[in-house]
Design a protein around this ligand. Structure first.
Ligand code: PBG
Length: 323
């Protein structure tokens, strides 16, 4: 044998020397859930160690994360049922708690990158990402609503708009409206290939945002398709997206890889709530080693081609590998 691959595995230092993929805390965006009120830290039963925070405590949590080395955050609002309506009007009410949270974080910690969620579901009495008429999700009536939401977030100081709704044409529509309002420097991270997945369950518990009727299959993608992800990516790149996202991550590593090989824009991946809950559930049963299992999962997402990873594991990753 003149080739013995085990030689390059014989010590920790050699293994480190030949390591192909290196994950660091700056690769991550940490999702945080916000509620209105004061002194609130609510547990989410299906997402251990993830909480809904009121703004006062959210600011403390952000500070703690910054001290661990986390610099990028994405915010999601858990909106009270009585504020939801057909047109998600609370989403662009200028003094709503979500926009207040954005401006407070950016005022207190101007150097962090803050990303938003743009979709109707947290604010919609129908629980769908788009405008519903006679049980149908109406694409073109949704676009102006998404754009009002985006402009309100840009005014609050958001760095990156995150359209997660999967309506056709929304990236171009939002880009044009942002530019018209003078927000040329506000970025768009498009949820480009977002699949109709069973792995969003715990997130919908967190926001109480499950659809009131039907499912999301007429707008989110069929898990069987990868060519369609290329069509979505071409459109988003053409419409002006700054990042292309694949979501979920772990069942879709092939999609991440293919987008990485075919597009020069940064590729992000959303390691979603169900992927987080699964590892916690197994670890709580003593079936998996939590630290080893979650780090292997997030590493695999980077190895597949993701430049940026949205993950609830970011804080635990920072504790183990951060500053
Ligand atoms: C909806 C949205 C969802 C997630 C982010 N934005 C859920 C859905 O489409 O129903 C899921 C995130 C997660 O599961 O962690 N606009």
């Amino acid at each position: 044998m003149n080739q013995r691959p085990r030689r390059n595995r014989k010590s920790i230092s050699i293994r480190r020397m030949v390591q192909e993929t290196n994950l660091t805390i700056s690769d991550f965006i940490y999702p945080l859930f916000v509620v209105s009120g004061n002194k609130i830290k609510q547990e989410i039963s299906s997402m251990p160690n993830v909480y809904r925070w009121s703004i006062d405590l959210l600011l403390k949590e952000v500070e703690e994360c910054i001290n661990l080395g986390i610099e990028n955050f994405v915010l999601f609002p858990a909106v009270e049922e009585n504020l939801k309506d057909k047109i998600a009007s609370y989403s662009y009410q200028s003094d709503n708690f979500y926009l207040t949270a954005i401006s407070r974080i950016k005022t207190n910690f101007p150097h962090v990158s803050l990303m938003s969620d743009v979709a109707m579901d947290p604010y919609s009495s129908d629980g769908h990402d788009g405008f519903v008429e006679n049980g149908e999700i109406i694409n073109d009536k949704t676009l102006p609503i998404l754009s009002k939401m985006s402009i309100a977030q840009a005014q609050a100081g958001i760095d990156i708009i995150g359209p997660s709704d999967m309506m056709d044409g929304r990236v171009g529509y939002i880009r044009k409206e942002l530019d018209n309002e003078g927000f040329q420097n506000t970025s768009i991270m498009s949820y480009t290939a977002k699949y109709a997945s069973a792995f969003y369950g715990p997130f919908r518990d967190a926001l109480d945002s499950a659809p009131k009727h039907g499912d999301k299959k007429t707008y989110q993608m069929n898990p069987a398709n990868i060519k369609e992800a290329m069509i979505e990516a071409e459109l988003d790149a053409f419409e002006g997206a700054d990042f292309l996202m694949v979501k979920p991550a772990l069942c879709y590593l092939d999609v991440i890889h293919q987008l990485k090989n075919n597009f020069d824009l940064p590729i992000s991946a959303y390691n979603v709530s169900g992927e987080y809950a699964m590892i916690h559930a197994a670890a709580n049963n003593g079936w998996l080693d939590y630290n080893a299992a979650f780090q292997e999962s997030v590493l695999s997402i980077k190895r597949a081609g993701a430049d940026v990873i949205l993950s609830y594991f970011a804080k635990d990753f920072a504790k183990l590998n951060g500053k």
